[in-house]
Design a protein around this ligand. Structure first.
Ligand code: PLP
Length: 407
């Protein structure tokens, strides 16, 4: 294994120190929600306890402190994804909220009856359903890019999928089921060559990949704080300024206006136009602390460690009889989903749980992928840089027990 001080890293995460059912917790569900380092927990606690006042409104001390932290968090996010301007960073409740924002606002402005929106077969429900709702509202059509048996996105089909009526392509950087890293930069180039803008769902991607939205040249990029070792209830929409300027607001309320009268309301500039109501300033600050943590631990070493751990997990799991892994195409992040002959995924989850092992099972918010692979559900072990080889061994032993009990 690459030199990476796993003992020190694990020490940073209080949730990993606990026992469940009298057994050490083995947390293999980070793709759903990652655990938070102590510094994030403390940052949230400290703000809740002391630095709590509404932002962008009052001019008293606490309000100013909170506003500054919120706007500093925006700058931290901007640097993290290398956006050109802070106006291009909109805080939302998470990936789902950010996608719904674009689906509504972009849809209102640019989508008409007969138009087409393209998604892929490997999307999370969050990157399908908002587009379906938009298509229903507008009389547009949803088109789908297929994946092959290895989980590779068949991007060679894109030129035949795009037409003069295609308004947007929505694609995950990394599938939450397959773990396969999609060639987003290439996809964006291809789409732009057909005058199609691209929304990238970075919920899984940003956790494992260095993201540079300017280099990717994507038009929109979205992600959630809670998968990036940060708080729940906060996420980010990056949008190119020229797009965001053209979109109408998503929700109306306080903070998103310039002036209100019964005759006419005018809206705030970017990004506040899209941040109606009291923002989650504590979440934004917690996210910034999480981003700083991730950058401080040496991301390159963390990635290398995760990759080695993933390769080990795949080797060990592949050696098990009747087990099939989905998403075998390279490159792949540390999301490993599989099925076991004759074992229902929920039964496996229940048995593993009693051994202290947390995995995700079922349809993984990806019904269309379950249909693609003709399954009722999968078992997913998603690894983070705080997991260990010993935890993989425990998973494999646990699965052997599952097989014994079920057969
Ligand atoms: N997109 C992907 C690829 C995801 O993995 C997830 C969550 O698992 C989401 C979207 C939805 O994220 P959230 O529930 O944080 O809005």
């Amino acid at each position: 294994m690459t030199t990476f001080d796993i003992t020190a890293i694990r020490h940073d995460f209080p949730a990993l120190q606990q026992q469940v059912y009298g057994k050490p917790l083995i947390y293999l569900d980070s793709a759903a929600t990652a655990q938070k380092p102590q510094c994030v927990v403390e940052a949230i606690d400290e703000m809740n306890a002391k630095c709590n006042a509404n932002i962008h409104r009052a001019i008293h001390y606490l309000a100013i402190q909170c506003t500054e932290r919120y706007e500093q968090a925006r700058e931290t996010v901007r640097r993290f994804v290398n956006a050109g301007k802070t106006q291009e960073i909109v805080f939302a409740a998470g990936t789902t909220a950010a996608i719904n924002l674009v689906a509504f606002s972009f849809g209102e402005r640019f989508v008409r009856s007969g138009d087409e929106i393209v998604v892929t077969e490997a999307e999370h429900h969050s990157n399908i359903v908002p587009w379906q709702l938009l298509c229903e509202r507008k009389g547009a059509t949803l088109k789908v890019v297929p994946v092959d048996d290895t989980g590779r996105l068949q991007i060679e089909k894109l030129p035949e999928i795009f037409t003069g009526k295609t308004r947007l392509l929505c694609v995950a950087q990394v599938s939450n089921v397959l773990g396969v890293v999609n060639p987003v930069k290439e996809i964006v180039q291809l789409a732009h060559a057909h005058h199609v803008p691209v929304l990238v769902d970075g919920a899984q991607g940003i956790v494992h990949e260095e993201v540079d939205v300017q280099a990717l040249d994507c038009d929109f990029y979205v992600f959630s704080g809670h998968k990036l070792y940060g708080p729940t209830g906060i996420g980010v929409l990056y949008g190119k300024e020229e797009w965001l300027e053209q979109l109408p607001p998503y929700q109306g309320g306080g903070d998103m206006i310039a002036s209100v009268s019964f005759a006419k309301t005018t809206f705030a500039g970017l990004p506040l136009k899209f941040e109606a109501g009291t923002a989650n300033y504590i979440g934004a600050h917690g996210l910034a602390v999480a981003i700083n943590y991730v950058q401080d631990i040496n991301r390159t070493a963390a990635h290398a460690y995760e990759q080695q751990l993933t390769a080990y997990a795949i080797r060990q799991l592949s050696a098990m009889e009747g087990l099939r892994i989905y998403g075998t195409a390279a490159p792949k992040t540390s999301v490993v989903s599989f099925s076991i002959n004759g074992v229902h995924s929920s039964d496996a989850a229940a048995i593993l749980d009693k051994l202290g092992i947390a995995v995700r099972t079922g349809r993984l918010c990806a019904d269309t992928l379950m249909q693609r692979f003709n399954l009722q559900g999968m078992i997913r072990a998603s690894l983070a840089f705080y997991n260990t080889k010993e935890e993989i061994d425990a998973l494999v032993n646990g699965l052997r027990q599952v097989q014994k009990m079920m057969h």
